[in-house]
Design a protein around this ligand. Structure first.
Ligand code: CTP
Ligand code: CA
Length: 225
């Protein structure tokens, strides 16, 4: 199906999109990170802008250039992303959490580079939980009727895990995609199933990340107050 010019059906709306992956620093030169490229989030931001929305893109470690016509906020860690999401979501009609948020961060940050020590085999890493941003904003909506979308990357039992996650997070839509060594991360294309809290299930065939992004907005638009 060719994608034509989209109707400006997000005109007058403010949408917030997070993209990329958080990095949790261990010391000044090291971090715990993930393989999210940010491309799906950028596609969501670009397509929303093309459909007339005011877009706030919360970018974490993508290295991608700022898209034209979009307000971009750069963040590094999950805690910083949470602050940025809470601020931007205050007057948002929709929030899409496409970013890969680290579930854990190192319990302590070493002000100086961690060095090897004679007689010590390897230091143990202690981690603590990061806040669950999606669950938090879904439980406590900044505005009545705000539409909240999550993403889930699953390697096994993709649909069952997705249903479960949608319920746990309390969001309205969950975009579920299967990931693996060669699947999704860094690629220009994606395929997914979008689950909705009201039981709906929309399959998006393999294609450009823009096509999946437009399907997400197609599902968000009728849910807006
Ligand atoms: N997410 C979030 N805050 C976190 C972790 C995840 O907001 N601390 C969001 C992600 O942006 C994504 C969704 O939650 O939209 C699902 O992320 P995922 O990692 O699949 O979910 P988890 O609940 O962390 O489950 P898992 O144990 O499978 O990683
Ligand atoms: Ca996770």
């Amino acid at each position: 199906l060719a994608r034509g010019v989209q109707a400006p059906d997000l005109t007058g709306r403010h949408v917030v999109v997070s993209a990329g992956g958080t990095r949790e620093p261990l010391d000044p030169v090291r971090y715990l990170g993930n393989r999210s490229s940010g491309k799906q989030g950028y596609a969501l931001a670009r397509t929303a802008a093309a459909r007339g929305a005011r877009v706030t893109l919360l970018e974490a470690n993508t290295g991608l250039p700022d898209p034209a016509g979009v307000d971009v906020v750069h963040v590094g860690t999950a805690v910083q992303l949470r602050e940025a999401v809470l601020k931007a979501a205050a007057d948002a009609d929709a929030v899409v959490m496409a970013a890969a948020v680290a579930d854990f961060r190192p319990a302590t940050y070493a002000e100086g580079k961690i060095k090897k020590k004679d007689g010590v085999e390897a230091p143990a890493l202690t981690l603590v939980r990061n806040p669950d941003i999606l669950a938090e904003i879904s439980a406590e909506r900044a505005r009545p009727g705000q539409v909240i979308v999550g993403f889930a990357a699953e390697t096994d039992d993709v649909l069952a895990n997705g249903r479960d996650k949608l319920r746990r997070k309390g969001c309205d839509l969950l975009v579920v995609n299967e990931v693996g060594e060669r699947k999704t991360f860094g690629s220009e294309e994606n395929e997914a199933v979008v689950l909705s809290a009201d039981g709906g299930e929309t399959t998006v065939p393999h294609g450009p990340k823009e096509a999946l992004a437009d399907t997400v907005w197609d599902l968000v638009t009728p849910r807006l107050l």
